[in-house]
Design a protein around this ligand. Structure first.
Ligand code: HEC
Length: 140
């Protein structure tokens, strides 16, 4: 009885730690993307919130003729709630409004993966990810 209790507690503890392994701040994530961007491009000079702002709003016409941008779901004002195609609410993207944003590296990578493919029909570069986070951090 006692033994199995100890075993279960350890499993629970393990789960707790594994979900916390990815905890981060937006600034830490930016550092990681910076290291990656330097590897991808030796001429990398830093992230730009202006470039991030245009990236966020840029419309891409898909092969099927549909126009999509990040702001299609996240709205043109990232301080506001957005909506999925199925009309589900998306909480604001700006960290000063929504403190949950850019605090979980695994979540961030998962959604960059999905949404970059959705909008750009390719993966985002580390430069684009960094510009985007820099932009959202600059919005107050
Ligand atoms: C089809 C709708 C849709 C589009 C278009 C879209 N997103 Fe999202 N995005 C979502 C949803 C849904 C979530 C997850 C729900 C949530 O986190 O509130 C999300 C979450 C994210 C997150 C997670 C952030 C965090 O820390 O929680 C990032 C990063 C992100 N999106 C980036 C982008 C970028 C960059 C683009 C444009 C290239 C984009 N999204 C376009 C729907 C979209």
């Amino acid at each position: 009885m006692r033994k199995s209790f100890v075993k279960h507690s350890l499993v629970a503890l393990g789960l707790l730690f594994s979900t916390h392994t990815f905890a981060a701040t937006p600034q830490e994530l930016l550092k990681q993307y910076e290291a990656q961007a330097k590897q991808e491009n030796s001429a990398f000079t830093g992230f730009s919130s202006d470039k991030g702002a245009s990236f966020f709003k840029a419309e891409h016409t898909h092969s099927d003729g549909k126009k999509v941008s990040c702001s299609t779901c996240h709205t043109a004002d990232p301080r506001k709630q957005g909506k999925t195609r199925a009309n589900k609410v998306i909480e604001p993207m700006v960290p000063s409004v929504n403190a949950q944003r850019f605090t979980d590296a695994a979540k961030v990578e998962k959604w960059f993966g999905r949404n970059c493919k959705d909008v750009l029909e390719r993966a985002c570069t580390a430069q684009e990810k960094g510009d985007y986070i820099q932009y959202l951090l600059s919005v107050k």
